[in-house]
Each structure stands twice: as C-alpha cells, then as structure tokens.
Write a new protein. Structure first.
Length: 277
C-alpha cells in the first residue's frame, strides 16, 4: 500500500506562496475605503456560485461521485463555477477526493484526520504528497477531456479575468471582496468538510472512518456537512436525510430534475434511511 502522506514530506512552496498571497490580500478588506455593501453582496453571490454550485454540486456530487447526470454543456458550466473557486485544477480536485474516499482516515488518505485538525484542514496541501502521483489513475473519465484540461491548466488566469471584470464593475472593493475575501471564505468552508466533519457531530451510519454529521458545516457548505451520511453512501446525490438536515444542494438537484436536466440520480435506499430514523 502506497503511503499518501509523510511527516517528513517536503513543503510545496508554490502552494504555500499561493495561499499566503490570497490570505494577505484578503486583509486589505479591513482598510478604510475598501468596504461597501455592494462589494459584500458581490462576494456573497460569488460564494454561492463558486462554493455552492461549483464545488459542492459541480466538483463534488456531479464529477467526483457521479451522483447524477447532466447534459454535457451544463456539466461544463458547473465545473466552470467550481474552477472559479480556485482550489486547484478540476482534475486534481476530483482525483484527490476519490483517493480520500477510497482510503478515508487511513494513512494513504491525503487528509487523514487522524493526523490532527490542522493537517486535515489545510496542512496536507502545503506538502508534496505521493497521492498527487496517483491522480491520473483516478481521473481517467475526465482527464482526456479538452474542456477539463483547459480548466485544470488555466484556473488562475480565469480568476484574473474575473478580477478584471470586477474591477471594471466596482473598482478595488469589488476585487478585494469578490476575489480575495470570497476565496478565503470558500477555501476554509470547503476545508471544514475535511477537518471539522471528521471531528465534530454525530454518526448515523457505520462508515469505518471518523466522518460525522455536523450541522454548522452543512449550513456553510450547502449541505456537505452531513458527512457521515455521505461517507456511508458515497454515491448518493442526497446528503441530508431528515427534514432538519438541510441540504440546499439536493434541493438544487431536484430543481434540475424538475427542469428535465438532472437524470439517473443515485440515492440512499429508503429502507436504509428508515432503519436509522
């Protein structure tokens, strides 16, 4: 078995500098003149588009787990929204997530929560890990697609183009809030799914790992916090299973289904849910 993480793994300085620059730039939002409610509104809208429609629905449930199907043009649209979250290339994201599920909370898991909150939240990304070399094996369904190759290789220039558009629309406040503050918020909300939901909450199913259902992560990530449900039935498009396990991404998928777009939706068997109520 290949070890995916090592306590002596070399630092990934490109990622470290990348993350540092984005976090430092976000601090400029505290300076006088860089705040406006319209800039905050832009950040919130982009938070929903990139974190909700992009990462949660697009990268995660649609691409990584193939929980449902969409016409290709819509699949590309949601993947583009995820690319705007600037969490690395789509192929890398999907590959590492699939590796995580295959080896969840064991040594080959890139963000094994047994190594501590910091490691599972962010530390793993700041090191060169062997799991990166395994990505091609886990992404054969998308790695040869020219659209995904483009999104993989050009996610930073795409973000720059968005920044230029926001600057033309509202100056530096729109750039600082719509790009840097928004990226930091979406980063950490996404990473809470790797860290907090493997530490805080309750377990409904036996998933053979540390995954938990955590309500506040679910609120921040459009339903991703019902993580034990997800790890027990990874293929399911629905994560929240009760009326109070709010899963807005599942609601969006249902809307896409009503519009005749989402098809072949995979779900947890009803008897499995009823036995755990």
């Amino acid at each position: 078995m290949t070890v995916a993480t090592s306590k002596k793994a070399d630092f990934d300085w490109v990622t470290i500098v990348y993350m540092l620059l984005i976090h430092v730039a976000a601090l400029f939002a505290l300076l006088p003149g860089n705040f406006s409610w319209s800039a905050v509104a832009v950040a919130f809208i982009l938070y929903w588009i990139t974190g909700g429609l992009g990462i949660t629905l697009g990268f995660h449930r649609l691409l990584a787990h193939r929980s449902f199907e969409l016409p290709k043009v819509f699949e590309y649209f949601f993947a583009f929204c995820g690319t705007l979250a600037c969490q690395g290339g789509v192929i890398d994201w999907v590959g590492l997530h699939r590796i995580h599920h295959k080896f969840s909370d064991t040594e080959p898991d890139p963000h094994d929560s047994n190594r501590g909150f910091w490691w599972s939240h962010m530390g793993w990304m700041l090191h060169q890990i062997p799991a990166d070399e395994k990505i091609p094996r886990y992404t054969q369904d998308i790695s040869s697609d020219p659209v995904y190759q483009f999104l993989q290789n050009w996610f930073v220039p795409i973000q720059v183009v968005l920044g230029v558009f926001l600057y033309a629309l509202g100056g530096w406040p729109f750039v600082i809030w719509g790009i840097f503050v928004r990226l930091v918020v979406v980063f950490h909300c996404t990473w809470f799914v790797n860290s907090a939901t493997h530490k805080f909450g309750y377990s409904r199913f036996e998933s053979k790992d540390n995954s938990k259902n955590c309500w506040w992560v679910a609120l921040l990530t459009f339903g991703e916090g019902w993580h034990n449900n997800h790890h027990a039935y990874q293929y399911s498009a629905r994560h929240g299973l009760t009326w109070w396990e709010i899963d807005t991404t599942w609601m969006t998928i249902r809307l896409l289904q009503a519009l005749g777009l989402a098809k072949n939706i995979k779900l947890i068997p009803a008897e499995a849910i009823s036995s755990k109520q």
